[in-house]
Design a binder for this molecule. Structure first.
Ligand SMILES: Nc1ncnc2c1ncn2[C@@H]1O[C@H](COP(=O)(O)OP(=O)(O)O)[C@@H](O)[C@H]1O
Ligand SMILES: [Mg+2]
Length: 367
């Protein structure tokens, strides 16, 4: 599976652009602020029907324009597939596969998987627990539509349950009968998600460990541990936390409080890992994401590498380039503000490489 062409209309700082890609390696080269990351984001959007950097879809529309549109032509199983994503201000976002609109944009997720490695990704390691939940949810969702739809239902349920708690708090009246169906749903959907997260982590941690060892040549013992209320008696926890829920007006028990612990030599890498160890752990997580998706779907995800040469030291870069050379990956997109570096790194590579020069929302072929 790979992306053959992309067309951007009023997407971020691009008024209009059309690009033809190599099925192997593509590089976007240009100064900071020129629009390199925005191109990766357009590809990400066509895969996941959302931006990796803008939390609101409307932020993707070129300033002072009424809409944006993205069109991607993919090749998958030797067939051409066309994906269109668009948003008009004030309207529902549109996602189409081969001219046919989806009822829900989320149904598209997983058909053209991507893995993005970007500079601010260390939030997954250093940030709060919701960052880690989002990270793993995105990985599982790309290979499991049922998981994604259950998760959307669950999140909706928690919002509704929180509104009810707020009402209890405001009226001073707690009606347990009203809460009952919400608790039942929380248990039902939550336990489904818990089973899937547990099974996923069992497989995933093996991949993370092996990539970490390979990246660092080290003897550090790393772990990835999963902690959930669903490992305990959830019913009892719900009852115990009822008063707290009402006082805080939000639900304190459930799958939305799950924790994923990144551990090295028995200690939290978030607190005790060096910057280098944290980076290695992050790259190991991303490469594990790649492997996991390939194992589950039989497709090599499109790999988006945003400014990673800035962020990695020589050992990790050379390990990554070894993997590129060994055909571990499928189609790759790389951004770099220093063209000579990327060109130098790819000089001995036998892959078909397409270089693009990015300048102020305009893209040209390098030559
Ligand atoms: N919706 C938008 N409309 C116009 N410009 C935008 C929009 N969103 C982002 N930009 C602009 O895109 C530029 C950044 O592009 P980016 O792809 O992050 O650059 P690079 O990765 O090359 O450093 C910034 O100048 C920013 O203002
Ligand atoms: Mg950038």
């Amino acid at each position: 599976m790979h992306l053959q062409t992309i067309r951007l209309t009023n997407f971020k700082n691009y008024e209009s652009a059309k690009l033809d890609f190599s099925a192997q390696i593509n590089c976007f080269l240009g100064n900071n602020g020129s629009g390199k990351t925005n191109l990766l984001d357009a590809i990400y959007y066509l895969s996941l029907t959302k931006s990796s950097t803008s939390s609101q879809d409307a932020q993707c529309i070129l300033h002072n324009q009424p809409l944006f549109a993205l069109k991607g032509e993919f090749s998958k199983d030797a067939k051409a597939r066309e994906v269109i994503c668009g948003l008009q201000i004030g309207k529902k976002k549109l996602v189409k596969l081969d001219q046919k609109p989806y009822k829900k944009a989320s149904e598209h997720v997983g058909k053209f998987p991507v893995v993005l490695i970007a500079p601010n990704d260390t939030d997954v390691i250093r940030g709060a627990s919701d960052q880690r939940r989002k990270f793993f949810d995105a990985i599982i969702s790309q290979v499991d539509q049922i998981y994604l739809q259950t998760l959307i239902q669950y999140n909706h349920l928690i919002k509704q349950r929180n509104s009810l708690l707020k009402r209890f708090a405001e009226t001073g009246q707690t009606d347990l009968e009203l809460l009952e169906p919400f608790n039942a749903q929380l248990l039902e959907l939550g336990s489904k998600l818990f089973e899937k997260r547990s099974a996923f982590i069992e497989d995933f941690k093996v991949l993370v460990t092996s990539h970490y060892q390979n990246l660092t040549n080290s003897a550090e013992i790393i772990e990835l541990n999963y902690e959930s209320h669903f490992q305990e008696d959830v019913n009892a926890l719900l009852a115990e936390n009822l008063q707290k829920d009402i006082i805080l007006k939000r639900s304190n028990v459930g799958i939305h409080k799950d924790e994923f612990h990144f551990v090295m030599n028995g200690e939290a890498i978030k607190k005790f890992g060096s910057q280098g160890q944290q980076k290695s752990y992050l790259i190991a997580l991303k490469l594990a994401h790649f492997d996991f998706t390939e194992k589950q779907t039989g497709m090599k995800p499109i790999l988006l590498l945003d400014d990673i040469f800035d962020k990695l030291d020589d050992l990790r870069i050379s390990k990554l380039m070894e993997m590129v050379a060994s055909d571990a990956f499928g189609q790759i997109f790389i951004t770099d503000a220093r063209p000579e570096r990327t060109i130098g790194l790819l000089a001995d590579d036998s892959h078909e490489v397409e270089l693009f020069k990015v300048e102020n929302g305009q893209v040209k072929s390098w030559m």
